[in-house]
Write a protein that binds this ligand. Structure first.
Ligand code: ATP
Ligand code: MG
Length: 397
């Protein structure tokens, strides 16, 4: 019977001191993922492995789905955890475990034992051979195949003994919290939640900024962004969502600047404000959902103009992706249905009929000079931000 999950992770880049940072972050994210799931899981690390052990009954499918959201996990192995009560007891457990896992009893197999402690009375080779023999005796329709076994029975001998024969792929990546923090510009669209997901996959913790323009954008549109932040946080951990009132700035741009430049100038102010909030909150970069050529504001000349206001690096993980590829990821991570809810975004309301696709930076900068008092408006927008905590906290053990 499955009683625990053994978590295997990649070893690249986690030598020396980095190792415990990586492992501790992974343990923390696993606790976060298993929070609120039945099973009363205890998570601990032991020499190159992490174990999540149940103290109550649980639903395997649900646990595996939760673990598949934890970046840094390479393999998830449902294990039976047993006490060391001698070799006879171990082999009885292994035979019963195989019978439960493969009820028809017809398969080729190989035993692979590992000793995490050297005081076990048999070495790995002896365990493999002896256990293999006993399985063959007890299950006459099996045979050994050391090169391409259908079933690889793994036995890890540590303080306890873990037996398993299934390895389910995890999401890979790096545990969130191992790579610093970045500020995601999160709109209600399809792209930006995917962008946040992709950067957090590299271990980056995320904060988010949303620009709304009440009363032109509704409370419901804001709630949609909160919902998206909650959905992304299933992967990224808790997200602080900064909600910035953009109405005054947007109106000023609308009144003073050429309409074909609205989106570019608006985007430049969003970047400026997001960068200020990023710096205040120790973020090392910005993240957007931009992709070359997707819309007028994302042509290369437009991106040049937007980027020109930033001093922090801007991470654009979707830059080379087609819309359909982005949609596929958003469906996979479960943000798509929320993203297509039909609530107005501030950019869709103040949009020009014929936006420039080849803006010139010096022209944009000249036209921005028409915005009297803009610095005060920016300051006010920053000062009046509201922070909403999305996702649940990470439980302590
Ligand atoms: P998305 O699907 O993420 O909304 P989009 O295809 O609608 O992207 P744009 O509206 O041009 O593209 O926005 C480009 C990027 O600018 C977005 O991916 C997002 O990072 C940022 N952005 C746009 N609008 C907002 C907003 N209201 N609040 C915060 N960030 C925004
Ligand atoms: Mg958008």
């Amino acid at each position: 019977m499955i009683t625990a999950f053994l978590i295997k992770y990649g070893e690249i880049g986690i030598k020396g001191n980095n190792r415990y940072i990586f492992e501790d972050a992974l343990v923390r994210q696993i606790r976060h993922a298993l929070y609120g799931i039945d099973g009363g899981f205890k998570v601990h690390k032991e020499s190159g492995r992490i174990y999540a052990t149940a103290t109550e009954s649980f639903d395997s499918e649900e646990v595996i789905a939760a673990l598949q959201k934890v970046f840094g996990i390479v393999w998830i192995c449902p294990v039976e955890e047993i006490e060391d009560k001698g070799f006879d007891d171990l082999s009885d457990h292994c035979i019963r475990f195989l019978k439960e896992s493969y009820p028809d009893g017809t398969f080729s197999f190989k035993v692979q034992a590992r000793r995490g402690r050297k005081n076990y009375p048999m070495d790995s080779m002896e365990i493999n051979a002896e256990l293999g023999g006993r399985i063959l005796d007890a299950m006459p329709n099996t045979h050994v195949d050391v090169h391409h076994p259908q079933v690889l029975l793994q036995v890890e001998i540590r303080n306890k003994i873990y037996i398993y024969c299934k390895e389910i792929p995890g999401p890979g990546g790096m545990p969130v919290g191992t790579a610093g923090k970045a500020m995601l510009l999160l709109s209600g669209g399809i792209d930006s939640p995917v962008a946040g997901y992709m950067i957090s996959k590299r271990g980056v913790q995320i904060e988010a900024t949303y620009f709304h323009a009440p009363p032109y954008t509704s409370e419901r549109a804001k709630q949609k962004v909160v919902d998206l932040a909650n959905e992304v946080s299933a992967f990224a951990g808790p997200i602080r969502l900064h909600v910035v009132n953009f109405t005054e700035i947007q109106m000023a741009i609308y009144q003073k600047c050429p309409h074909d430049e609205l989106t570019i100038i608006m985007r430049r102010y969003m970047m400026r404000i997001a960068e200020e909030l990023a710096k205040k909150n120790n973020c090392l970069g910005l993240i957007t959902g931009e992709s070359i050529g997707q819309v007028a504001s994302q042509t290369m000349p437009s991106l040049l103009c937007t980027n020109a206001v930033c001093t922090l690096p801007v991470y654009r993980p979707l830059i080379g992706m087609d819309k359909q590829e982005i949609i596929n990821i958003s469906e996979k991570i479960g943000t798509y249905d929320t993203s297509i809810e039909p609530y107005e975004d501030c950019c869709t309301i103040f949009v020009a009929k014929h936006p420039v696709t080849k803006p010139l930076l010096h022209v944009i900068e000249r036209d921005e000079k028409k915005l009297d008092g803009i610095e005060e408006m920016v300051q006010k927008a920053v000062d009046t931000e509201i922070v909403i905590s999305c996702g649940h906290e990470i439980p302590e053990e």
